[in-house]
Design a protein around this ligand. Structure first.
Ligand code: FEO
Length: 401
């Protein structure tokens, strides 16, 4: 008989669900490979459920929960994160288990009261508080802004399990697996993990660094995030990825993003890409901002050291899809990138100027030259474009050596 409830330890079970229906997470980020919403149950003298799942999975969720409970009631529902992908079943839980206590911090309950009208017993916790389940104690630690201000993590001292909320999560459904050892993580999950990190948590690198420092004091055997695989055999690899991503430490390579209406800017981008490869850059990713969703461009920008952005002028400004990216980079506070810029115009500029303005706000100094062509590239711009590629390649290779 196949078990659809997975045991993490004898007393801790996964009762999450895989979502292959939704097109976009937060109605924004594409979910081509779906999404897992993880929820966990600890069976002890008292029973604690840690977070729930998206509302549309109510039936599936309750079926799993009932199987684990085997007729016992839930004593505590710990809300590590109030975002609705983890609190969709909250109301039903409070109705089914009227004696259950909701466990959260002050902000959790503020948010909860604004999202849901739930009459419930509440246990408000703060940093370092403990909850005794019988043979084990749970400890709570606040992790604000990873990803919302109320986020906290829960640590099971007995089995050294960390319930890490959104931290260490990933896009992508679990396809019948659960643990990191069930997957070839670098091939099957790393890019979706980085896309999740850069899209969802990327703005909060400083807070992630603080969280990593806090967690370094704990002995951790298992990390149970709210999305993606459960980690137990590759925890050092996972922590290293988060450390590098939160510091925006890149790998050798260059991302080129361009916006082009009539093909001239695209041609400039192609020439830069060729120039980079000819000058020793092995990893070059080229994106047309009109075609590729921002989500995937951010993922690659988080990966590589180099970033070159090009835009045609559009009503004296940056071409809108490139402007979207620039706004996101500003909002996310992207740093530690070697940058370059180019543009194109027919009667007045605006594309290049807008890109340079963003770089200035981010305190990123372009390698230069900043190239702007009037419609098609002429010999003067071809020379400058080649120079830009050479300068970028040199800067990337110097960083490695
Ligand atoms: Fe998985 Fe921030 O919600």
């Amino acid at each position: 008989m196949i078990n659809h409830v997975a045991k993490i330890t004898e007393s801790i079970s996964w009762i999450g669900v895989n979502d292959r229906q939704k097109h976009r997470f937060e109605n924004l980020w594409p979910l081509d490979r779906g999404m897992a919403y993880n929820s966990y149950v600890i069976i002890d003298e008292k029973i604690a459920v840690l977070d729930t799942v998206e509302r549309c999975f109510l039936e599936d969720y309750l079926e799993k929960l009932n199987e684990v409970l085997a007729g016992r009631p839930v004593d505590y529902l710990v809300i590590n994160h109030m975002e609705p992908d983890h609190t969709g079943i909250l109301r039903e839980m409070t109705e089914r288990y009227p004696d259950m206590q909701l466990v959260g911090n002050k902000k959790t309950f503020q948010f909860m009261d604004n999202f849901y009208c739930v009459n419930s017993n509440r246990l408000e916790v703060k940093e370092g508080d403990e909850l005794d389940l019988g043979s084990r104690k749970l400890t709570f630690s606040m992790m604000p802004m990873v990803h919302w201000p109320e986020v906290m993590v829960t640590y099971d001292q007995k089995e050294q399990v960390l319930f890490s909320a959104d931290a260490f999560g990933s896009f992508g459904a679990l396809d019948g697996g659960l643990f990191d050892s069930d997957f070839d993580i670098p091939r099957e999950f790393e890019s979706e993990m980085r896309r999740y990190y850069s899209n969802i948590v990327g703005k909060y690198g400083a807070q992630v660094q603080r969280a990593l420092k806090k967690l370094s004091a704990l002995e951790i055997q298992t990390i149970c995030p709210l999305h993606g695989p459960v980690w137990r055999s590759q925890i050092p690899y996972l922590l290293d990825l988060y450390d590098r991503w939160s510091r925006l430490e890149g790998e050798p390579g260059v991302v080129i993003v361009y916006g082009s209406m009539y093909g001239h800017t695209a041609k400039m981008a192609e020439r830069i890409a060729r120039g980079l490869r000819e000058n020793g850059v092995a990893e070059v990713k080229l994106f047309d901002a009109s075609k590729t969703h921002l989500s995937y461009m951010l993922q690659e920008i988080w990966k590589y050291d180099g970033l070159i952005i090009g835009s045609c002028a559009y009503n004296n400004a940056v071409f809108p899809p490139v402007a979207d990216l620039l706004s996101k980079l500003e909002h996310w506070g992207v740093k530690n990138r070697i940058v370059g810029a180019f543009g194109n115009y027919t009667w007045s500029g605006g594309g290049l100027k807008g890109i340079l303005a963003t770089f200035e706000k981010l305190k990123l100094d372009p390698v230069g030259p900043n190239v702007e062509a009037q419609s098609c590239m002429h010999i003067e711009e071809e020379v400058l474009i080649d120079e830009l590629a050479v300068n970028m390649a040199k800067a990337i290779l110097e960083k490695v050596n």
